[in-house]
Design a protein. Structure first.
Length: 498
């Protein structure tokens, strides 16, 4: 009886959302073809670190262990094919969240379908889900937190849920940490319900207190697991933080513009200078991984406490001495996000990991990756090399040449919400002959797009500011950008439900 009832509900839902259901089936089919063509999974250099942490649980100095915990949950099945299968389900889940939330917030049906289309159909998104990396899990957690955050009402339980989702995202990728501020501010300033009648009125002290308690509940729920992980990290490495590489990555980032003749660094960090002009320097990541990089040549491991502190001092001095150059370098990295094509960056080796391969990749060459490969065989209880199976692999390679979201389209999506607001304000001023409404009360019913829009920008700007541009860092922002664009098109009387 229960199965019959579930099947009936699915048929009714598919009938009401036939266009989205069709895209969802197509997205499932593409993912099945991918799993058939690249068995059991595709590998990335970071994968080996995650596997080592999963097999020998201990906080890593470079990456938080959230994705390793994910691998631990699936470890009893001894199957990387299952891992990527679950990642594909998470990708489909992101599409369902985007479509459902857009409709709940009153977006037109066609806009909600289009908002979910990129995550369902983009070949690079599908390839990322086949890679054993943290980005798919991270994207699902962030999109889930945002979708709960724009619910019609956010009671304390939902605030706790948002906090736990943001904490999980932060422990999966440290770029999630700024989202604590974004979600906390959102819960602090948004009134309930979002679709309240517009107008300006005085806010009661009870409403202010309720919003403050809601934001505090979210922050408390987020900080408990984050602090617990920080305590584990301290107990293991005797260092404060979630990772021990923030200074190193920021140093590498500043090497795109740092000029020691301007900085005049003290002798103990002057050895980190590069005498070459910035235009002749390699991509930022080379200052972390290249065997002849100044930081790598220092005594001890690259991410030791002394080296990380020294790198952080150099980076801080570079930013203080050359703030305009730093801002320009961030903008330069960010513009790579919005290119029409996909030029090779940061180098051919990394770029190739985001393309469906024609032949199996070679075994890892670096010793840490070789150690990780050994643990991966223990995890799989068998061989881990990728098998390329035709014709399925060839179909996905051909598909990837055609179907993906160009960067300039992402920029257009991000410009839709502020453009729509300006048009709406101008139309209201012209038809009513009145001053623009006061922020936020008068426009808040239409302002639910601001949360996914802001989070999308944070996900794009943060890597450009503290590390460097990477194509896989862009993809988690795409469903948030499409959600924001769809929501800002909501009809004045668009439906909103819990």
């Amino acid at each position: 009886m229960t199965r019959l009832r579930l099947w009936t509900r699915l048929r009714l839902w598919a009938g009401e959302n036939r266009w989205f259901a069709g895209l969802l089936v197509l997205g499932m089919t593409l993912r099945i073809v991918t799993m058939l063509g690249f068995q059991p999974a595709l590998w990335f250099p970071d994968t080996y670190t995650y596997v080592v942490t999963a097999m020998r649980p201990s906080p890593d100095l470079v990456r938080p262990a959230g994705y390793s915990f994910f691998l631990i949950l699936l470890k009893p099945f001894h199957s990387f094919a299952l891992v990527v299968f679950v990642q594909h389900l998470l990708g489909l889940g992101v599409a369902v969240l985007v479509h459902t939330t857009a409709r709940r917030l009153g977006a037109p049906r066609w806009a909600a379908v289009l908002a979910a289309a990129p995550v369902l159909l983009d070949a690079y998104q599908i390839e990322l889900e086949q890679l054993l990396v943290s980005d798919t899990l991270f994207a699902f957690l962030v999109v889930a937190a945002v979708c709960v955050g724009v619910s019609r009402t956010v009671a304390r339980r939902r605030a706790y849920a948002i906090g736990l989702l943001v904490a999980a995202a932060t422990l999966t990728r440290s770029v999630g940490l700024p989202l604590l501020v974004v979600l906390g501010a959102w819960l602090l300033i948004r009134p309930d319900p979002l679709d309240a009648s517009p107008g300006v009125r005085e806010e009661t002290s009870q409403e202010t207190r309720t919003r403050a308690l809601r934001a505090g509940a979210m922050l408390a729920a987020a900080m408990i697991p984050i602090l617990a992980y920080g305590a584990w990290f301290w107990g293991t490495h005797n260092r404060v933080g979630l990772v021990g590489a923030n200074g190193v990555f920021l140093y590498a980032r500043t090497m795109s513009f740092a000029d020691c003749s301007v900085m005049r660094p003290p002798p103990d960090i002057a050895m980190l200078c590069d005498p070459r002009p910035p235009a002749e320097r390699p991509p930022s990541q080379e200052y972390i991984w290249a065997h002849d990089a100044p930081l790598v040549l220092l005594p001890g491991i690259t991410f030791s406490a002394d080296n990380d502190a020294r790198a952080a001092r150099f980076a801080t001095l570079a930013i203080r001495s050359q703030p305009l150059d730093y801002a320009g370098s961030i903008l330069s990295e960010l513009t790579r996000t919005f290119a029409w094509d996909r030029p090779v960056y940061p180098d051919a080796e990394v770029y190739a990991y985001y393309e469906f391969p024609e032949r199996p990749p070679p075994p890892p060459g670096r010793y840490p990756a070789q150690v990780g490969a050994g643990h991966a065989r223990d995890y799989e209880q068998g061989e881990i090399s990728t098998r390329i199976v035709e014709p399925f692999a060839g179909w996905m390679r051909a598909y990837q040449d055609v179907v993906h979201v160009p960067g300039i389209v992402l920029l257009g999506l991000l410009l839709v919400p502020p453009g729509a607001v300006l048009v709406r304000f101008a139309r209201r001023a012209r038809t009513e002959g009145a001053a623009l409404p006061r922020w936020p009360r008068a426009v808040w019913p239409r302002a639910a797009w601001t949360l996914p829009w802001t989070v999308a920008w944070v996900l794009l700007v943060t890597p450009a500011a503290v590390a460097e541009f990477d194509y896989r860092y862009v993809l988690p922002a795409v469903p948030l950008a499409t959600l924001a664009a769809a929501v800002c098109l909501r009809a004045a009387d668009g439906p909103q439900t819990k």
